[in-house]
Design a protein around this ligand. Structure first.
Ligand SMILES: [Zn+2]
Length: 434
């Protein structure tokens, strides 16, 4: 297959910029990206491309666009995209009033299939090429999402949701249903670029028997992820303590059932205690910072610096539909605000590392996605601010890469996603783009 060649400003990371590793930030103002057979074949300066005999005039010129690794959303709910921005509640009431009714509709397999296709389109339009996704309790809806992602050649991780108490009966399964997911794992984990995540909704919604079944499933399939919620909201934590009186704390509820390990991904973690942070760090588990959701539901401000001091692995997620946008740029803007309220300013280089290589590593995919480097899978987003007047004007006044990225981080949104490539193929372009 002929290579797809684009010329743009290239930005990628090989390590967290804050750690001061040499070459952590790889930026080329005038670069060429060659994609062939789903992978990146070349990513360096146009001068280097010409020097090795590359045909510069065969490149599609997307300058002054910035090409980055496709964004990765480490926590998002696909059945909730139509309830973004629902008024007036905090977590537990929001679930009852908005999320549960929305998810109940996914019992209709045709509806779920249409929504799955739409969700994938929306992700690409927002520059997101990979995500760790909550589906619903319905196996058919989960399979619909896998099918939609497979059809697009996307790298996606998802799993059927488990809940056997404290949810409407239409959204409940059973402890036995967890073991039944072996069928889904065997069918979808490793199909195309898909992976499976065992997905109990949260401690409140699962009996001890169901959490034990989830732990047993992870033992049987150690290569799959565990994806759930943790320590998001005060009322949720209080109810969890009541339901699991023998557990030391919220982390211990999951720990006692074999659910805390290096492939465990916990959304939120806003109110974790010192002991919980130590335990998560010791086990190598990941906490997903979901700033948009935490602000919208009033859940609290995650102290990212404190988690970093404890050595807890971090990822970043939109948490749509409690988060208010699928845009990882807008998610970063909210993350910056959460930091500011606690006296820290999230450096834009670290922020863009977080939604590319950082999230890839948190999802155990750091050797495949998250970088513009030869051999990596060719998931790429190209940013261009021409449809965003406020950002365009701001960019006229910036001098450094840091300032430019910060402008995108604070003023950017889906209008600025000029192109999205998935597995080396054009998956989204702005109408009217060149
Ligand atoms: Zn969530």
């Amino acid at each position: 297959m002929a290579a797809e060649l684009i010329r743009a400003s290239l930005l990628s990371f090989s390590a967290p910029p804050a750690e001061g590793v040499a070459e952590a930030v790889q930026h080329t103002e005038d670069g060429v990206l060659a994609m062939r057979d789903g992978r990146i074949e070349f990513a360096a300066s146009s001068a280097a491309f010409v020097a090795q005999g590359g045909p510069l005039d065969a490149c599609e010129d997307l300058r002054p666009g910035i090409a980055l690794p496709g964004f990765i959303d480490a926590h998002v709910h696909f059945p909730q995209v139509d309830i973004i921005g629902s008024f007036g509640t905090q977590l537990l009431d929001w679930l009852e009033r908005y999320a549960f009714p929305a998810e109940t509709a996914f019992a209709d397999a045709d509806f779920a299939a249409a929504q799955a296709e739409r969700f994938m389109d929306l992700c690409f339009a927002h520059g997101t090429t990979s995500a760790l996704v909550f589906t619903t309790v319905h196996a058919a809806a989960t399979e619909a999402l896998f099918r939609a992602a497979l059809g697009r050649g996307a790298r996606l991780i998802a799993g059927k949701v488990h809940a056997d108490r404290n949810v409407p009966k239409e959204l409940a399964d059973s402890a036995d249903a967890v073991a039944g997911c072996a069928r889904l794992i065997e069918r979808w984990h490793g199909a195309g670029r898909l992976s499976y995540a065992v997905t109990p909704r949260f401690a409140i919604a699962s009996s001890p028997a169901q959490l034990s079944a989830a732990g047993a499933l992870l033992q049987r399939y150690p290569e799959v992820l565990l994806h759930t919620h943790l320590s998001e909201n005060a009322a949720e934590i209080a109810l969890t303590r009541k339901l699991f009186p023998a557990a030391r704390d919220y982390v211990d509820v999951y720990d006692c059932h074999g659910l805390v390990g290096e492939r465990s991904v916990f959304a939120h973690g806003v109110h974790l205690t010192e002991r919980e942070l130590e335990r998560l760090a010791e086990r190598g588990a990941t906490v997903v910072f979901c700033p948009s959701s935490n602000l919208f539901l009033g859940s609290g401000l995650l102290d990212v610096a404190k988690l970093q001091r404890h050595g807890v692995r971090l990822a970043v997620g939109s948490d749509v539909g409690a988060g208010t946008s699928l845009s990882m740029l807008k998610t970063l803007a909210d993350g910056y605000r959460v930091g500011q309220l606690q006296g820290t300013s999230w450096h834009p280089l670290d922020a863009f590392h977080a939604i590319t290589l950082g999230n890839a590593q948190a999802l155990a995919l750091g050797d495949r996605i998250g970088r513009l480097a030869p051999g990596y899978e060719a998931d790429v987003v190209v940013l261009n601010a021409r449809r965003n007047p406020a950002l365009s004007r701001r960019l006229e006044r910036v001098d450094t890469l840091q300032e430019r990225l910060f402008a995108y981080m604070m003023l950017g949104d889906e209008r600025d996603i000029e192109r999205t490539y998935v597995g080396g193929r054009l998956a989204w372009r702005q109408a009217g783009a060149n």
